[in-house]
Design a protein around this ligand. Structure first.
Ligand code: GDP
Ligand code: MG
Length: 163
């Protein structure tokens, strides 16, 4: 079975943009993987020439009207069940939000290997932007820009290193 990486985070932090960047190779969609129906939220990617599976949980989010817990819907929980590694994506432009704290708490309860990434940092002072995210208690936040392709290699080294 392929190592599975799940991207979680609030709506609009850039999960799909990161997913697309990781899976952009021609054959990234998993239509040809046995056991998985064609699903644009599952994609195949390569890290140091080794294939792995990425899940973009954004497509699973219901149109939430009453809080972040509804956004961490049952299917997101199922995706987390499948995960060998979790990328918790946050937004360096909006800064740390209560929703981020709620998700962090949930991830801590699950006890999975989580890498905390702060997205949209292009053109920003990384140390300054990431500073407040330390308080989530999920280790050193990694500064990335999914749309500009900055910090992605370091991120995946951290996510998949040691597997
Ligand atoms: P999702 O809801 O978490 O899947 O977020 P999306 O991937 O749909 O992105 C939400 C918005 O953030 C879109 O307008 C993206 O273009 C933008 N976005 C994503 N990544 C970056 C980034 O690294 N920098 C900036 N400035 N914007 C980004
Ligand atoms: Mg999305």
């Amino acid at each position: 079975p392929l190592t599975t990486v799940v991207i979680v985070g609030r709506p609009n932090v850039g999960k799909s943009t990161l997913f697309n960047r990781l899976t952009r190779s021609r054959d990234a969609l998993v239509a040809d993987l046995p056991g998985l129906t064609r699903d644009r939220h599952y994609g195949r990617a390569l890290w140091e020439e080794r294939p792995y599976l990425v899940i973009d949980t954004g497509g699973f989010e219901p149109v939430a009207k009453d809080g972040i817990l509804r956004e961490m819907a049952r299917q997101t929980e199922q995706a987390l069940d499948e995960a060998d590694r979790v990328i918790f994506l946050t937004d360096g432009r909006s800064g740390l939000t209560p929703g981020d704290r709620t998700i962090a708490e949930r991830l801590r309860q699950r006890g999975k290997h989580v890498t905390l990434a702060v997205n949209k940092v292009e053109g920003m002072a990384r140390a300054v932007v990431t500073a407040e995210f330390h308080e989530l208690g999920l280790g050193d936040p990694l500064a990335i820009s999914s749309s500009h392709g900055e910090g992605i290699g370091d991120l995946m080294d951290e996510v998949l290193g040691g597997i």
